[in-house]
Design a binder for this molecule. Structure first.
Ligand SMILES: O=C(O)CCC(=O)C(=O)O
Length: 276
């Protein structure tokens, strides 16, 4: 699978390759685990530690009323989303909040603006929510990843620890931002409804998607794999979002979606350190 250079290029290419993407793609089963496996006879991509670009675990975690009420409490503080300028064209018409650490093109890791430039009541509600999600979902993500792809889980754990050991983060007092299963967690009420790839994500570590709320449909569409995947609260979707274009198509009801990201530059920093 070639890596497209920009989301505009992704949409252009998809429009050519599969112009009638949404409605009639096959749907993965609602229940049970679902794995997309690469052809075992094909050469493994260099450096790859897993043979599946996307898989969904049916009983991933138990969505609690407590987390749902903490999500509502957080939104009731009217958090400001600072990063999504122009996102309506490239990713989603629903604003997202990004909470955690990036490096991207900066020299050192930094905490996202959404996680700092907020009023005190929002920061308190954010930290309470992040702690609860880390406990309810983060723990399970590492366990389940470890059960399926132990090398990927081990590396993920090491990348996160290595990142937070960086001197640039040593003065951060917000321990809730140090999540165990991802470097940055996004929250959106709605869905990523514009086809996109996540170019700043690592190609070898998975992005993790999970939902809360009460909604119908809201399948994640993966045009390259010719499939739509149901993603109900409790299910966990592991996906290489730098390689697979994706978007959510049509839902009714209230859908909160969390996306656990692994910044590619921070993963690269770790690999450089680990191989030195
Ligand atoms: O709404 C979804 O299920 C997808 C979210 C997404 O694509 C993203 O956060 O990048």
């Amino acid at each position: 699978m070639a890596r497209p250079r920009s989301n505009a290029a992704v949409r252009e290419k998809l429009a050519k390759v599969c112009p009638d993407v949404p409605e009639d793609l096959p749907v993965a089963p609602d229940h049970g685990n679902w794995f997309y496996m690469l052809d075992s006879t094909a050469p493994t991509p260099p450096g790859s530690r897993s043979s599946s670009p996307a898989f969904r675990i049916h009983q991933g975690f138990t969505p609690s009323d407590r987390v749902l009420s903490l999500i509502k409490k957080f939104y009731n503080t009217s958090p400001r989303s600072t990063r999504d300028t122009g996102a309506a064209q490239t990713r989603s018409t629903y604003p997202a909040l990004y909470m955690g650490v990036w490096r991207r093109s900066s020299l050192v890791p930094f905490i996202t603006a959404d996680a700092t430039k907020q009023k005190p009541a929002t920061l308190d509600a954010m930290d309470e929510l992040l702690r609860a999600v880390d406990e309810e979902v983060g723990k399970r993500v590492l366990q389940l990843l470890g059960a399926n792809f132990p090398q990927v889980a081990k590396e993920r754990d090491e990348i996160i620890k290595h990142t937070w050991d960086h001197a640039a983060l040593s003065n951060i007092q917000r321990s809730a931002l140090h999540q165990r299963a991802w470097l940055c967690l996004a929250l959106r009420c709605g869905g990523g409804n514009v086809v996109h790839i996540d170019m700043n994500d690592d190609a070898d570590q998975y992005t993790v998607l999970f939902t809360y709320g009460d909604f119908k449909m809201g399948y994640l569409v993966l045009p390259q794999l010719n499939i739509r995947i149901p993603l109900q609260p409790g299910q966990l979707l592991f996906i290489k979002t730098r390689i697979l274009a994706h978007y959510v198509y049509h839902f009714t009801g209230i859908r909160y979606v969390f996306t656990g990201f692994m910044d590619a530059t921070l993963c690269k920093d770790y690999r450089k350190y680990a191989s030195s």
